[in-house]
Design a protein around this ligand. Structure first.
Ligand code: SF4
Length: 372
């Protein structure tokens, strides 16, 4: 869903604050779903993401879901997630979407502290977020996740723990905790470069990351992906695990990516261009890339290192047609010596300390794959 009420200054996802384009987008989206039909499929997850999907009315969500049902085969118990911006939902919204089949919510809460929300220029206050969380529970949602952002300038372990504790009072089944990043091209990056923002030092950022993991694990959450926590194995995001496990998926909408096992394609990141192509009955694909074996291997490493399942060594060797230790023995030993990682059940898994050096470790593996 490529629309937002206003752009947040740190966000570099494609979305526009032009709701006047919504009707054209919706009709194009329905056409795209029809054109990509696959009645032989067995779809077991649907994720309404990107921009602000809760700007869709319950009726529009019903129309989209029924178009998907007409052209794809939905498996029993399909996980249907909607990303919700708490500042967009009115009374009765959650009851209606639940009726239409949405069974999991992910709320862009970001923080339950007004000062942090103000810095991020979010459209909602802590109170509005809390009301939305309670309304979702009242409507019967028992799979409720939310996003939190930490590492804002001036944030301390004490203030972040307080924010986390407030979040835990709502007993979310899933939590995504992201460190604030300053993405080039965003207004916040501009402020950083102009010296108007004093970012956290590396040591404080690392301490906040460690705190997130230890505090949430102490409350019974599984730290199953670098930024993601689940209240139990059954609450891990079924949908996102497909991305991390390189399972094929289809993406619909402007800038949406699709993955076919050895190919990746993406739609035009321009809502007008997207709608114009579909008006002509043409798929709005900007580019398709055939992945080389090296690219697949790098993706396996990159995604595997992010998760608590780690890199599946046997799967890796099947694709690489070479032994994992033959390729990476020195890197593995180095990581073990530094207590960054270990091998368990044929999986190479980063420790909490190792996760702090995710980019470094990924870089070492990737360089070896490219130069083998
Ligand atoms: S609401 Fe979400 S998608 Fe929209 S601009 Fe803000 S962070 Fe980005």
């Amino acid at each position: 869903m490529p629309f937002c009420i206003k752009k947040c200054p740190y966000c570099d996802f494609y979305s526009v604050a032009k709701l006047s384009l919504k009707d054209g987008f919706l009709s194009a989206l329905l056409t795209e779903i029809s054109l990509r039909e696959d009645p032989g499929s067995a779809i077991d997850t649907i994720y309404f993401g990107g921009g602000t999907p809760s700007l869709l009315t319950p009726g529009e969500i019903e129309t989209i879901l029924s178009r998907i049902r007409d052209h794809f085969n939905l498996a029993e118990g399909c996980e249907i997630t909607l990303e919700v911006n708490p500042g967009t939902v009115g009374t009765g919204y959650f009851d209606e979407i639940r009726l239409f089949g949405v069974n999991r919510l992910n709320m862009g809460v970001q923080s339950l502290c007004d000062e942090k929300l103000g810095f991020m220029e979010r459209i909602h206050s802590a109170k509005v977020a809390e009301q939305a969380l309670l309304a979702a529970r009242t409507a019967g949602f028992d799979k409720l996740g939310f996003d939190l952002i930490f590492g804002l300038p001036g944030e301390t372990e004490t203030s972040w723990r307080k924010d986390l504790d407030r979040a835990l009072e709502f007993h979310p089944e899933h939590l995504s905790c992201y460190m604030l990043t300053y993405e080039p091209g965003t207004p916040m990056h501009g402020n950083l470069q102009a010296g108007r923002i004093n970012p956290l030092g590396d040591e404080t950022a690392a301490a906040l990351f460690r705190l997130t993991s230890t505090h949430l694990e102490a409350h019974g959450y599984l730290h199953y992906e670098i930024s993601n926590f689940a209240a139990g194995p059954e609450h891990r995001s079924r949908h996102n695990r497909k991305y991390w496990n390189l399972v094929p998926y289809l993406g619909f909408g402007p800038s949406a990516h699709s993955f076919g096992g050895n190919t990746r394609s993406w739609n035009h990141a321009d809502v007008r261009r997207y709608a114009a192509d579909l008006d002509q009955g043409v798929l709005p694909v900007a580019e398709t890339e055939n992945l080389t074996r090296e690219q697949v291997l790098v993706e396996r490493v990159m995604l595997g290192l992010r998760t608590s399942d780690g890199i599946d060594i046997k799967e890796f060797e099947k694709v690489a047609k070479r032994g994992f230790m033959e390729m990476f023995k020195d890197i593995v030993r180095e990581c073990e010596t530094r207590s960054w990682a270990g091998i368990e059940n044929h999986r190479f898994i980063l420790t909490l300390e190792g996760r702090l050096f995710l980019d470094t470790v990924t870089g070492l593996f990737a360089e070896r794959i490219w130069n083998r």
